[in-house]
Ligand binder design. Structure first.
Ligand code: ATP
Ligand code: MG
Length: 500
């Protein structure tokens, strides 16, 4: 009898404790024992979990990432200037999270939802965790639809598919950001939502991108998420994960989303800074050993979702900066192995004025080729190979004094292809315009033209093709391959334009 009573009392007590647990956790407080450099070490938060949000005085938030037996290492998401050792902090019982929703489109914000564009307060109904598991294999489908960049060299020779991860890699000032921004601009009428995630850049550089997006009417369909070089390393570290959560809100509704991480070199640097401050042992090339996991778990979240769960997609364009063209350094090789290909930007080409400075020989897209429209494949088919052959021949021919007629013709033709692959910034082209021009150059229509006149001639073809064959243009852009007779029509338009 007594035993039964005791048991019941115990059960009631346990239940009461269980119910009060979240409440108790939310109120657990600790004390700062050290703060500075964007991190804080806390004593007294014994029930805290990894990635839990911690509230500091002055409403500064932090994320617990280092759990040790007697203290917790917290990365700060806000300004640490006013924080002092000895101050009380409280665990929130909440994971680090970020606002999501339609209200974020067209805005410039940080990972916590702080408004950076001086606009009205952010309109959102929901917050979601910053770190979320990547979709399982069974939830994924292969890529089938192209993500058109509007850049000839990429769409024709290194095509990207929706749901793919394509690295943009190159030294500083080689046009990495421009390639990504132009791709965002090209999505404005394509029903693809974009997220531009700026990590560790100067404020002026971000403002420049925002202005360009606004100027080309691409901002309203884009979320700009920023952690500048002046923000604490903790914020720079969580920003790409938060930006991905914002992007997934749309892809999980079946929409197509593009995300740009500009750039992950600076993200890796922020993490190294935090790790060293938290006294984690450095690993290879003085980076913490888990940095591979850091980027792998971020990029694993990009995918084409299966039709059964909406069929949305998240395409990722991470950017990496190399030093002295060394793509075999630690961070670039990590990322090359995580992604489905890379677009390599060469400073040599950049200085020669061959813009965009994409080195076709060192660039590759492993899955996008399957998604390329058949009409595109028709014209781009052996362009890649013949172009590579031309480059080799040209280098070789520099040493030769006299060339036979055939070699000379091949080189002259190659030079024209190279001229055609040049493209100004922020002027993405429609697929049909690209195909018409490439068809014309393949057919040798430019071969008699001086190099200086090619730019104008090309622009005229681009204009005329849309005016004269609008239906055929739509057909080529929706995937149907033109017949021989239709290709002839395209060439006729080009010939007429060139005769002009
Ligand atoms: P950083 O390493 O500083 O981030 P980046 O590699 O992102 O540089 P961008 O800022 O995109 O390079 O471009 C560098 C410069 O080259 C810019 O002034 C840009 O306007 C110019 N540029 C890039 N692409 C082109 C192009 N296709 N045509 C003309 N100018 C270009
Ligand atoms: Mg840049």
């Amino acid at each position: 009898m007594l035993a039964q009573l005791l048991n019941e009392t115990l059960a009631t007590l346990n239940k009461a404790i269980d119910q009060s647990k979240p409440d108790f956790r939310a109120r657990e407080t600790g004390r700062i024992i050290q703060v500075g450099g964007g991190i804080a070490r806390i004593k007294g938060l014994s029930t805290i979990t990894s990635e839990e949000l911690v509230r500091f005085p002055g409403d500064v938030l932090g994320v617990a990432i280092n759990l040790e037996p007697h203290e917790v290492g917290v990365i700060l998401l806000g300004d640490s200037d006013k924080l002092m050792a000895g101050a009380d902090v409280s665990a929130t019982g909440r994971e680090a999270d970020t606002p999501v929703g339609e209200g974020l489109l067209g805005r410039v914000i940080d990972a916590t939802g702080r408004v950076l564009d001086r606009g009205k307060p952010l309109n959102f109904k929901e917050r979601r965790p910053v770190e979320r598991p990547a979709p399982a294999i069974i939830e994924r489908a292969s890529v089938t639809v192209p993500l058109e960049t509007g850049i000839k060299t990429i769409d024709a020779l290194i095509p990207i598919g929706r749901g793919q991860r394509e690295l943009i890699v190159g030294d500083r000032q080689t046009g990495k950001t421009s390639v990504a921004v132009d791709t965002i601009i090209n999505q404005r009428n394509k029903n693809v939502i974009s997220v531009y995630c700026a990590i560790g850049q100067r404020g002026t550089a971000v403002a420049r991108v925002v202005n360009i997006l606004r100027q080309y009417q691409a901002l309203e369909n884009t979320i700009v998420v920023v952690a500048s070089d002046e923000d604490p390393p903790g914020l720079r570290y969580v920003t790409p994960y938060a930006a991905t959560t914002m992007a997934e809100y749309f892809s999980e509704q079946g929409k197509d989303v593009l995300i740009v991480y500009d750039d992950l070199t600076r993200h890796a640097r922020a993490y190294r800074e935090l790790s060293l401050l938290l006294r984690r042992p450095p690993g290879r090339e003085a980076y913490p050993g888990d940095i591979f996991y850091l980027h792998a778990r971020l990029l694993e979240r990009a995918t084409h979702l299966h039709e059964k769960i909406g069929g949305g997609s998240l395409t990722a364009l991470p950017i990496i900066e190399t030093q002295a063209q060394d793509i075999s350094a630690y961070i670039p090789t990590n990322l090359i192995s995580i992604t489905d290909g890379q677009i390599y930007l060469s400073p040599t080409l950049f200085h020669k004025g061959l813009l965009p400075a994409i080195d076709v020989g060192k660039s590759i897209s492993r899955v996008g080729g399957k998604t390329q429209y058949p009409a595109f494949r028709d014209v781009a088919g052996d362009l890649r190979l013949s172009y590579a052959q031309f480059e080799e021949l040209e280098t070789f021919a520099r040493f030769a004094t006299r060339l036979d007629e055939e070699t000379r013709a091949t080189i002259e033709h190659g030079r024209r292809v190279r001229e055609i692959l040049k493209q100004a910034e922020h002027q993405p082209l429609r697929g049909s315009q690209q195909m018409a021009v490439l068809k014309a150059v393949n057919a040798g229509l430019f071969d008699h033209l001086e190099l200086e006149r090619i730019g104008d001639a090309e622009a005229l073809i681009q204009k005329r093709i849309l005016e004269e064959l609008p239906e055929l243009c739509t057909q080529m852009e929706t995937g149907e391959k033109p017949t021989q007779a239709q290709w002839e029509q395209v060439l006729d338009v080009a010939r007429k334009a060139l005769a002009h």
